[in-house]
Structures are given as structure tokens and as C-alpha cells.
Design a protein around this ligand. Sequence first.
Ligand code: UD1
Ligand code: CA
Length: 469
Amino acid sequence: MTAYAIILAAGQGTRMKSKLYKVLHQVCGKSMVEHVLSQVKELEPDQIVTIVGHGSEKVKETLAGQTEFALQKEQLGTGHAVLQAEKILGQKQGLTIVVCGDTPLFKAATFKQLMAYHQKKRAVATILTAAAPDPTGYGRIIRDQTGDVAKIVEQKDATTQEAAVHEINTGVYCFDNRALFQALHQITNQNAQHEYYLTDVIEIFNRSKQTVAAYKMADFNESMGVNDRVALAQATALMRQRINRRLMENGVTLIDPQTTYIDADVQVGADTVIEPGVVLRGQTVIGRDCLIGAHSQISDSLLADHVTVTASYLEKAQMDYGSDIGPYSHLRPQAKIGPAVHIGNFVEVKKAQIGKGTKVGHLTYVGDATLGQHINVGCGCVFVNYDGVGKHHTNVGDYSFIGSASNMIAPLEIADHAYVAAGSTVTDDVAAHDMAIARGRQVNKKGYYDRYPVAQAAKKAAESEKSKK
Ligand code: UD1
Ligand code: CA
């Protein structure tokens, strides 16, 4: 069967009250139109045409390489939008599925059911409908006495009687491609919104006695159209439930799915436990047997198996097998944490590689550095990477020891088995098996305490304490 798909994504979305183009608003980390396109692609149509208009450059950029585009210069309605695909598809023979870019919850399986039903009915047009608990805002499916679809009436054009109908147009249709474009040339904009409605082709087909069918889907929620921010939040909540459910079915423990926020493309391995308040974003991939502790946020990062994250923030970072981090640490882009590495609390790592078994336990900044294996970095160390103009790199070799409160002034080479004494500010390279000590020698000055005002104050306090007794 030859099949084509048209995605409508040119409408302005005024009800969103946004400078961002409607179909680019995100639902669980992915724009609505990307959700739609990903499901349409599963149908493997011969061609996909996306209708773009306002902000078309951004939409094209988002969907580049996955669909053809047709420009709708003025947004004159959904019928006018589909007509913009005529140059590409108008002469083709086959079936065309039309989907809106603002219905992010549709599943490919539903589209497939619609297409199968359309073929079974040998219809020229098949409408995907649903029973809406509250049909406000949707086009209503008006059936005749025999139960066949007579027409679709938009909310704004509906009589009170029509408005009372709960069966709605989901905005998804299957058409005979040629018949679709022929009918589109006959629609007018004589309606409440002065728009060319795609939905008007139904009446046209009926007038010419061509078969119109309707396939009623079971789950109205899946068909939800997003026109404002309230619906955006509702769609996001439904999508989140779906994502969380899929992960749990695949063996991931979510302690509290209600407060676990995971983007659509995130992958998590079996037997990983995710605690409340966790946010997993973008293209994050998490292995098996990990523990993602409460209130951690992880974006576009790669975690191997047996990794533990405790209340930490990771972005574009990697953690290898058996490593752990937190609480309250921050991995920034290009942080590569090796296997069995321990990153403790209040540590920031940026553009740095940390080798197997190395420990960075407390209050440390590691930026632009390569640390080898089994190094111990003490508390409060700074890899001083920036001189006000450029960034410089530090290397630390295997089995070295960096004492607490040390500054490594880059560029710097500290070899294997080297030692940096606590409190050092290291400016020169350190050779293997050497120790660098770079700090002022301590001098104790006899009786100096009494010279300072603090001594007077202490004396007074002691006296007043005495008089109270
Ligand atoms: C549309 C349907 C309505 C259905 C609802 C389902 C029409 C006339 N109405 O109404 O029956 O119940 O969807 O969600 O079709 N668009 C364009 N160009 C335009 C206008 C719209 O590309 O000139 C695109 C929009 O970007 C959007 C889609 O078409 O993705 C639907 O447009 P929208 O204005 O949201 O239509 P609804 O009023 O929701
Ligand atoms: Ca809509």
C-alpha cells in the first residue's frame, strides 16, 4: 500500500500566549511536533510532508532530515494548510493520513488501526473520533439517522444541539489522496472563523455520495489537543505517566512515580532504583542496578551500571561502572568519571577525566584536568584553570596524592606517585616520586595574643562572668 502523511504545524497558537511557536512547546523534553513525527515515522509512509508557517525556520531546524516541508505563508485554516502539500502530493495515488502537530500523545498503533479500518471500509475518508468527557473546543461529529457521519461542526459554528455532542474530531484522518485534493478545492471560508476548514471536505464527500467512515478510538486522552498552557500541563502529566509506566514495566523501581520526572527519550536499565523528586532529561542513558537518589537532576548524561547518584546535578557528563557522587555535587559538560571513582560532597567537575578508583571527596573544583587512577584528592582543592584570558590543563598521574587545600595552577604536570603537601599552591611540575611543598613556613610569635584587642575583650568578658557569680 502506498501511504503518505501530512503533519499540520503552521498555526500560530495564539491561545498559548507565547513567543515560542506552538508545536515547539515541549512535552517531557521533546517538542509536540517531534512526538507526532516520531509516531508517524513508525507507519513508514512513502513521503511525509510537514506544513510550516510562522516560525517555519525553527520548525524546519527541529525536524530537519526527517520530513519534507511545505510552506503555508498565511494561516488561513487547516484545509488551506493541507492544500499547501498539493505540489508535492497532489498527483499521487494512495492513502494519506493527516495529523495535527499539537496532539503529542497519539501512538502509532492507533494510526495503524485507523488505516486498517479505512481500507476495510473502502472509504474515501475516515475520521478518527473519540468520546470526550468535556468536548469544549473540539469539532463535533454530527451523525445522521442511520449513524453515518454527516459532517464535522466546529465549536464556534455549532448550534446548542450540536455542541451537546460528545463525540469529537481528533484531527486525525485517512483520505484517498487524490479525492482529498479535489475536495479541498471546493471548500470555502464561510464560517465563524473565516477559515478554510479541512473538516468541510466531509460534507463534500457526502454530497457526492462517496463513503465517509469514522473510527472511534477507545482512549480520549491519547487524542488530546494542546491549545493552551493548561492543556500543555495535562498532556505533560499524561505523557509522564506513560513514560514512568513503561520504565516500571521494564524493571525499573520508581519509589514515587507521581514525583518522578523523566523525559521521553531517557533510557534506564533494569533494577535501577529512582527516588522521589528525580528529574532525568534529554538523551540521558542510565544502566542497570543504579541508585538515583532523591532530588537528583541528570541531563544528557551517560551512566554505566552500578552507579550511585545522591542529590546531585549532572549535565552532559559520564559516570563509569560502580562510581558514585554526592550529596550536592555538580558534574558539568565533559566530566568523565571513571569506574569505581568516588566523588563526594560539594565537588564540581568540568571538562575533566578522572581515572579508575580515584577519590575526590570534599569541596573541590576540578576543571580542565586529566586525573589518573587511584589518586586521592584531599578536601578543598582547586584546579586553577583560568588566568583571566584562557583555560589551561593539569595532568595528575596514577597513585598520586594531593593534600587538602591545595591549588594546582595550570598548565601543570604532576607525575605518577607524586605527592603535594597540604596547603600548597603548586606552580611548577612535579616529577614521579617527588613531593611538592609550596607554602610559607609557620612561625610562632611568643605572647603576641595579648597585643591585640581580642585579648582585651576576652579579659572583660571573663571579669563580667566572675562578677555575676
Ligand atoms: C482542529 C479541528 C477540530 C478538531 C481539533 C482536534 C479544524 C477546522 N478543526 O481544531 O475539528 O477537533 O483540531 O485537535 O480542522 N494549522 C495550520 N495552518 C492553519 C491552521 C492550523 O497548519 O492555517 C495547524 C496547527 O498548527 C495545528 C493544527 O493545524 O497543529 C490544528 O489547528 P488548530 O487551530 O489547533 O485547530 P483546532 O481549533 O484545535
Ligand atoms: Ca488544536
